[in-house]
Design a protein around this ligand. Sequence first.
Ligand SMILES: [Zn+2]
Ligand SMILES: [Zn+2]
Length: 329
Amino acid sequence: MPNLSWRHHALVQALLSRGPMSETKFHSLFHALTKKDPGSHKQLFNECLLAINKELAYVQFELRACRNQYDGEVCYGVVNNVADEQAKLGTKYSVPQITFYKSVVEAIVNDVTGQGCISNISALNVQLECQLAIGSQSQGGPSTIPPAIRNFTMSQKEKTLEELVKDGWLCSTSDGNIGLGVRSFLDLRSWLRMNDVPTCDICNEAGVKAELCHKEGCMVRIHSYCLKKKFPRQAERVCTGCGSSWGIRASNRDLVEEEENEELNESTQAQSQAQAQAQSQAASSLRRSPRKRLRSCKLEQIETNNPGSSGASNVNPERRTTRRSVRQR
Ligand SMILES: [Zn+2]
Ligand SMILES: [Zn+2]
């Protein structure tokens, strides 16, 4: 890495040895190394991260920022861009452990209620066989389950779960459930996208832990922190897809709508226009291509989600390039 100074090295080294770091910690490390505050020297901070990523790209690594969806905090980490769990977890975890991890992650992200977590017991009881069937569809069914996976005991699962939480691949949520860890948020970006995990309608990142629109038939989900950012006042919160009040359940909303309809009775034309507009908006939000949404998401994230902290924005330009190139393959 001839273009990097010892300061760049120190940043990368810290992330590699300590694992993902909160934005606050990463910023203070940057400050300690450069005597410059990343908040007031955004350009310097950006350039530093871009320089690092330029070099890391040669070995398919990337320094990136992500949000922990359970608390909305930004974290930094270095990830391996090779989409292969074996390469990422293989040095520490065995094949059955990795299979177990993948099954738990799938169960978490497939939660239709957007809670982004499953109970401890559900985690311990995930079916590893499904994972194998996905991985080797062409090579036969459950009869070919390797003994190592077939004999993976409950106590081994418990121990693995503990280790995965300790290492930040999974987390133990405040209500005692199992959710995705920061490392998974950093690492699984493209995987989440490939697996069609519903995205947040505001930032377009996967909405693993998100609030759902209560309107029947509306599939919009939004991260709590994105919602707060976009609509600081609770009363103003509306679904960005269908326009209905956010957080009001159907029964309540019917009342609200009735009141509104009364007001609009005089101009039925205006009302039907509004409805048509809302419907077309909802439809277009469904139609929007993932790539298009991705781009707008990045801008949104820089400008609205992260105004004071240059954090995520610094990594974004590089990240966009990387993703695009990956997709074109
Ligand atoms: Zn969001
Ligand atoms: Zn909606």
